[in-house]
Ligand binder design. Structure first.
Ligand code: GLN
Length: 529
C-alpha cells in the first residue's frame, strides 16, 4: 500500500525545510554557499527541542540520550569560517550527524545505554568519529539504544525507551532505535548505528528509513564498546540510499588500530547508489526468509517491491539457504559468549559506576559484585549468565563449538546462493513496529525480530534495509538486500534503483508522509540560542 498524502504534515518552511532536506542536498547547498552549517545545525537543534523530549519522561521521540548543542554549533561555525576562507572541504563538511551511544566520543558522555557507564566521558574518539570530525561534520549528540546493544526495541535502555515517529506508542526497533528514530523524525539528516544481529537494519525497517550493515571489517571497530566482537559492525542510518552511501564512504576504509579491519579502501558506493540500473542483476529471494513467520502484510509489500524490480529488468530467482533456520539459535550462543567476556571489563574499577557493598569488607571482588549487580540491567545479566554457561568447561564444545559450526554452514549457504544470485533479498523484519511493552516479558518474541538479519552477521556479509512501503496498519515495512563480503556497492546499486522505482510510485520519499509529531517541552541541554 502506498502512503496517503493527506497525512503529510510537520515541518515545512524555513528552518523546518532544512531538517527535511537530504544530506546530499544539504551538502550541495552548503558548498554553493546558499546556507551555513550554523543554520543547518540550529534548525536541527530546534527540531530536537520541539519533538524529542527525553528518554524516561514518557513523551516525545526520545531519540537522544545526550545532545551536544554548543559543541555542534562551534563545529559548524568552524566549518563555515573555513569555507569562507576558501579552504577545500570534504563533500559532507557542515552536514550534522548523530552517533549511537555505544561509540566513544572524546569529551562527550558515552553510556552504551547502561547505568554502569553513567557519567563516563571517554578520553578518546572512535576511529569513525575521528573521520566524521575530520570531514567537518558537527556531532549533534548521542542516540539512545538498548543497554550494550542487547535488544530489538530500545526498551532495555537504562534511561527509558525511544519512540517510533510513525506512532509514538510503538518501538522504533533496536538496539539502535535512537539513531533510526532521529533520522526518521528529522532530528538528524544522518546517524551512525551498530549492527551485531540487526540493530541498524531492523530499526530502519520499522521507522521507514535506510540502514546499512557493511561487510565485517569495512568500518573500524576501534572505539566501539564491544558487544560481540566477531559480529559487531558500525554503519550508516539515513533517509535515502544515497545519503547512507555518503556517510558509509566517510567512515569506511582500513584502520590499523582494528586488527579485523579490511585492507580495502571503501568502494564507489555513492556512484552505485546513483546508477539506478538493475538490468540483468540476479536477485535471489531467500526461501527460508519469506513466508512462514513473516506477517502477510510484510510479505505483500515485499512481493510488490520484487515485481517492480522484475519490471525494471532484474532477474528474480528463488534461492534456498537451509541453515538460516538455525542462525538465530547459533547467534544466541555466539553473541552471549563473546558479550560475557567483553563485559568483564566493567568491574567498578576502570570506568563509570562504582558501588561499595553496603556492609562487610570492601574487597575488590565484593565491589565488583555490588557494582555489576547494581549497574547492569536484567537483559545484560541474562546474556552474561547464558554466555558464561555456554563457555564453561564441559559445555564449551556442545554449545559454543556447535554454534561456530552452524556459523560455517551459514557462510556456505551464502556462498552457494551467490552462485545463482548477485544479491539476496528478504523482508528485513517479520512484522511492522510492535507496541512498546508488548514483548518485554517474552525474550524469545523479542529475539525473533532479528530472524532475517542475523545470518548476514554470522557470515560477515553486508546487508541493507530500505522501505518498501506501508502495511495496512499504516506502518513502514523494510526490504533487506544482502551481498557477498566486500561487495557492499551491490547493496547500493540495488537499493538506489528500488528506492527510485518506489518513490516514482509514491510521488516522493515514504517519510514525507509520516504523521506530525506533538511538540514536547524543550530539553534543557539543547542550545537554541
Ligand atoms: N536484537 C539483537 C540482540 O538483541 C541484535 C542486537 C544488535 O544488533 N546489537 O542481540
Amino acid at each position: 500500500m502506498s502512503p496517503s498524502a493527506d497525512r503529510s504534515s510537520g515541518p515545512q518552511t524555513g528552518a523546518d525545510e532544512l531538517v527535511r532536506a537530504s544530506a546530499a542536498d544539504l551538502a550541495r547547498r552548503l558548498a554553493a554557499g546558499e546556507v551555513s552549517s550554523e543554520d543547518v545545525v540550529r534548525a536541527h537543534l530546534d527540531r530536537i527541542a520541539a519533538v524529542d523530549g527525553a528518554p524516561g519522561d514518557g513523551r516525545g521521540v526520545a531519540a537522544y540520550l545526550h545532545v551536544s548543542g554548543e559543541e555542534a554549533l562551534a563545529a559548524a561555525r568552524d566549518v563555515d569560517a573555513r569555507r569562507a576562507a576558501g579552504e577545500q572541504l570534504h563533500a559532507l563538511a557542515g552536514v550534522p550527524v548523530a552517533v549511537k551511544d555505544v561509540v566513544v566520543t572524546r569529551g562527550t558522555p558515552t553510556t552504551a545505554g547502561s547505568k554502569i557507564l553513567e557519567g563516563w566521558v571517554p578520553p578518546y574518539d572512535a576511529t569513525l568519529v575521528e573521520r566524521l570530525r575530520a570531514a567537518g561534520m558537527p556531532l549533534l549528540g548521542k542516540t539512545n539504544m538498548d543497554e550494550f546493544a542487547m535488544g530489538s526495541s530500545t526498551e532495555h535502555s537504562a534511561y527509558g525507551p525511544s519512540r517510533n515517529p510513525w506512532d509514538t506508542a510503538r518501538t522504533p526497533g533496536g538496539s539502535g532505535g535512537g539513531s533510526a528514530a532521529a533520522v526518521a523524525a528529522f532530528e538528524a539528516p544522518l546517524a551512525v548505528g551498530t549492527d551485531t544481529g540487526g540493530s541498524i537494519r531492523q530499526p530502519a525497517a520499522v521507522t521507514g528509513s535506510v540502514g546499512v550493515k557493511p561487510t565485517y571489517g569495512g568500518i573500524s571497530r576501534y572505539g566501539l564498546i564491544a558487544m560481540a566482537s566477531s559480529l559487531d559492525q558500525a554503519g550508516p542510518c539515513a533517509r535515502s540510499v544515497l545519503d547512507a552511501a555518503l556517510l558509509h564512504e566517510v567512515m569506511g576504509g582500513h584502520d590499523p588500530r582494528d586488527a579485523t579491519s579490511l585492507p580495502d579502501p571503501v568502494g564507489p558506493l555513492a556512484e552505485a547508489a546513483r546508477s539506478r540500473d538493475v538490468r540483468g542483476m540476479r536477485v535471489g529471494v531467500v526461501r527460508e526468509l519469506t513466508g512462514e513467520g513473516f506477517s502477510s502484510e510484510v510479505m505483500a509489500s515485499f512481493r510488490s517491491a520484487l515485481d517492480l524490480l522484475a519490471d525494471a529488468g532484474a532477474e528474480v530467482v528463488e534461492v534456498s539457504c537451509p541453515t538460516f533456520a538455525h542462525a538465530l539459535d547459533a547467534y544466541y550462543l555466539v553473541m552471549p559468549s563473546e558479550a560475557s567476556s567483553n563485559l568483564a571489563r566493567f568491574d567498578g574499577m576502570r570506568f563509570g559506576l562504582r558501588v561499595e557493598p553496603s556492609e562487610g569488607p570492601v574487597t575488590a571482588e565484593r565491589v565488583m559484585a555490588a557494582t555489576r549487580g547494581a549497574g547492569f540491567g536484567p537483559e545484560v545479566k541474562r546474556r552474561i549468565i547464558l554466555g558464561t554457561y555456554a563457555l564453561s568447561a564441559g559445555y564449551y564444545d556442545a554449545y559454543y563449538g556447535s554454534a561456530q559450526k552452524v556459523r560455517t554452514l551459514v557462510q556456505r549457504d551464502f556462498a552457494a546462493a551467490h552462485e545463482q544470485a548477485d544479491v539476496l533479498v528478504s523482508p528485513t523484519a517479520p512484522t511492522t513496529a510492535f507496541p512498546l511493552g508488548s514483548r518485554l516479558d517474552d525474550p524469545l518474541a523479542m529475539y525473533a525480530a532479528d530472524i532475517a538479519t542475523i545470518p548476514a552477521n554470522l557470515a560477515g556479509v553486508p546487508g541493507m534495509s530500505l522501505p518498501s512501503g506501508l502495511a495496512a496498519d499504516g506502518l513502514p515495512v523494510g526490504f533487506q538486500v544482502m551481498a557477498p563480503a566486500r561487495a557492499d556497492e551491490r547493496l547500493y546499486r540495488l537499493g538506489g534503483a528500488l528506492e527510485a522505482l518506489l518513490e516514482d510510485r509514491w510521488g516522493g520519499p515514504l517519510l514525507a508522509s509520516a504523521p506530525a509529531l506533538d511538540t514536547v517541552p524543550a530539553r534543557p541541554e539543547v542550545a537554541t540560542a
